[in-house]
Design a protein around this ligand. Structure first.
Ligand code: SAM
Length: 259
């Protein structure tokens, strides 16, 4: 049964998504959510109300299915490449021999793999990238590391040759040399997160747009708490986060330094 266009059930879905994941599907995004839920519920053997009840009762399967339906994982290799140049220059300038990097909301892995390739190409091979996302499906795809050619549109040919192998007629698989630097974790940026060791660099790009201001504040606090003093935070070029955190100063376009 489709979710009603108006009424309390759709509102309860909105609230559940907002409360648990911080994703804001209110106001003008209501119709988009209704379409996504209609599509999801078409594949279920239960009513919208029953599906909602499974979510509230804590069904992990229902929650995974919901997250897969409502998150937007668009990404590609070497997106916003200036950030990779800034990262490399900063590592070289500071002489950090073991950079620890967190790529939060990394979707299917193109972003953390691009970071790893950039460093490997410069002869840096003692680094770790923690790559996290909330959606299990994208993490599984990152772990497989197989990509259609469209995702490599901005990847130079020599990099394709060095760090990918052909996987079937139409796909490319990331090489084990790159994969071994990536530590994949499932994390919700809206929950309070505290890692054992602070990161030297955090990439948190193109995810703030799905949160409202209180949600963005939570995420910025989370990343700032886990960033080493002098470390850099990279956000998407269209995302303004600065007004919310006093210990982050502007370093470059969409890059902030923890002071
Ligand atoms: C558009 S992708 C960004 C991918 C990559 N960072 C980039 O810039 O190309 C947004 C990702 O944010 C993730 N996401 C949304 N809400 C989240 C949350 N509360 N915690 C962690 N990840 C979340 C989604 O699952 C999705 O994979």
């Amino acid at each position: 049964m489709p979710v009603p266009h108006k009424g309390t059930l759709l509102e309860r879905f909105q609230e559940f998504i907002y409360e648990n994941y911080g994703i804001h599907y209110h106001q003008q995004k209501t119709d988009i959510l209704r379409m996504k839920l209609d599509k999801l519920l078409e594949t279920q053997q239960c009513s919208a109300e029953e599906f909602y009840q499974s979510l509230v009762l804590g069904s992990l399967k229902a929650r995974d299915q919901l997250l897969e339906a409502i998150t937007v994982g668009h990404t590609f290799f070497f997106r916003e490449q200036q950030h990779l140049d800034i990262l490399l220059a900063h590592i070289q300038k500071t002489g950090n021999t073991r950079p620890l990097i967190w790529c939060a909301a990394s979707s299917t892995g193109e972003e953390p793999y691009s970071i790893a390739i950039k460093l490997l190409m410069s002869g840096i091979n003692t680094f770790v990238v923690v790559a996290s996302d909330i959606n299990k499906t994208v993490l599984d795809a990152m772990n497989r590391g197989v990509y259609p050619p469209g995702k490599l549109e901005y990847t130079p040919k020599h990099i394709k040759t060095m760090y990918f192998t052909r996987h079937g007629p139409h796909s490319f698989k990331i090489s084990p040399e790159v994969r071994k630097h990536i530590n994949i974790k499932r994390l919700n940026l809206q929950e309070e997160l505290l890692f054992e060791r602070p990161f030297d660099y955090i990439f948190c790009r193109n995810v703030m747009i799905y949160f409202d201001e209180p949600g963005r504040k939570k995420v910025v606090k989370n990343v700032s708490r886990n960033l080493a003093n002098g470390g850099l935070l990279f956000v998407g070029h269209t995302e303004a986060i600065l007004e919310v955190q006093k210990d982050l100063e502007k370093y470059a376009p969409a890059v902030f330094r923890k002071v």
